[in-house]
Design a binder for this molecule. Structure first.
Ligand code: FES
Length: 385
């Protein structure tokens, strides 16, 4: 984040503190609960948002060297992403071109080739078919056309993006997709972060409720009174939209230390948590000293169930026991706050939706990020029909 933006945001935060105000949406917003429990709506979201949009697959540190790969199934398309021999990140369908077996599982490293676990066909890191046991039995087959099916994939500024189900003319232009947010994300040097840990969580709530969880601090003083609540100012945040994406700035109480110090020396980052929604399904949180990504997906055809990856990235590899303990404690606080406090409330909300207890909920003017995200989903679904 450039210094001018840091100064602008810091001034806004201090002004809100003085006035006891927070960022405001123009109006309150009434939001239909069917957005969270309609099977038809979920089908549209799956077909449009989770197939046609660029999805964040991870940060560059997860594919540190050629041969590193990771898999991704939650969009409904079996995908794996690999760093090839030249260092380029590529994405393929995780489907053997012989009879369709999955080539790889989870994440890991291969040498020069992927070997199918079924009959042993092998593919280069660039996706070419390079080995067929009993080759003469496939005489006449065009090996050149039996390479892995490649998907649009781009690595930019430390982030890896893939479109799971591209159309014939689909191009993946991440800078254009992120718009004004791209330079700001680039400034964080995400390529230099190291992957510390991944947790996969499954919860009984609509995928959008997970995103909603991050989008207002109105609840901090109540729900998080004994965890992160005392670190932040309840009901104080800044909000800025970048097309369907957004940045929410949550000031820490330490920001008061900047009062009376020269603006030229202001560094906002240690005094905030910066929450970015990378539309449609990723929340990236810039913490003081580490980065979290939450990538959320619906489970099959269930409106009330989701899977998410929580990936934790740190500035240096945790090579000592004390470093590991430090980051493990950070991870546990994150998990305890969100998985033990936010998500149980979210599951209760989802149960109320399922019971048709009410047909709409309301976002206050103090919840502008929530309104923007839900409106962006509505618009994307409507445009993609
Ligand atoms: S399905 Fe892969 S080698 Fe047969």
């Amino acid at each position: 984040m450039n210094h001018a933006t840091q100064v602008r945001l810091t001034r806004e935060i201090l002004a809100h503190l003085d006035a006891r105000t927070t960022a405001q949406a123009p109006d309150i917003m009434y939001h239909a609960t069917s957005a969270y429990n309609s099977p038809e709506r979920l089908q549209l979201e799956k077909q449009i948002l989770f197939r046609k949009y660029p999805l964040l697959m991870g940060l560059s540190g997860q594919l540190a060297v050629p041969g590193d790969y990771l898999t991704e199934d939650f969009s409904g398309i079996p995908i794996f992403v690999v760093r090839d021999g030249d260092g380029t990140v590529r994405a393929f369908l995780n489907v053997c071109r012989h009879r369709g077996a999955r080539l790889v599982e989870d994440r890991g490293h291969v040498g020069r080739a992927f070997n199918c676990p079924y009959h042993g066909w092998s593919y280069s890191l660039e996706g070419k078919l390079i080995g067929i046991p009993d080759r003469k039995s496939f005489a006449g087959m065009d090996n050149g056309s039996r390479g892995l099916t490649e998907l649009p994939a781009v690595e930019r500024n430390g982030m890896i993006w893939v479109i799971p189900a591209p159309g014939p003319d689909t191009k993946l232009d991440v800078e254009a997709y992120l718009g004004g947010m791209a330079p700001e994300l680039a400034s964080f040097g995400l390529a230099n972060y190291h992957h510390h840990e991944t947790r996969i969580l499954r919860r009984k709530l609509n995928w959008k409720i997970v995103i909603d969880t991050f989008l207002e601090p109105y609840h901090f003083g109540v729900l998080h009174a004994n965890t992160v609540g005392p670190i932040f100012f309840p009901n104080l945040c800044l909000f800025e939209a970048f097309g369907p994406h957004l940045r929410e700035t949550l000031p820490r109480r330490t920001i008061e230390d900047l009062r009376g110090t020269p603006e030229a020396e202001w560094n906002l980052i240690p005094h905030t948590a910066l929450v970015y929604v990378l539309f449609p399904n990723t929340v990236l949180v810039m913490q003081i000293d580490h980065v979290e990504t939450w990538r959320v997906f619906p489970v099959a055809d269930k409106v009330d169930e989701c899977m998410m990856y929580l990936d934790f990235f740190v500035p240096e590899p945790a090579e000592t026991e004390s470093a590991k303990r430090h980051w493990d404690r950070n991870m546990e606080l994150t998990i305890r706050t969100v998985d033990e406090e936010d998500f149980p409330v979210g599951e209760g909300i989802q149960a109320g939706f399922a019971a048709n207890a009410q047909t709409e909920i309301v976002f206050g003017r103090n919840e502008p990020a929530l309104a923007h995200f839900q409106r962006s989903v509505n618009e994307a679904v409507a445009a993609g029909r």
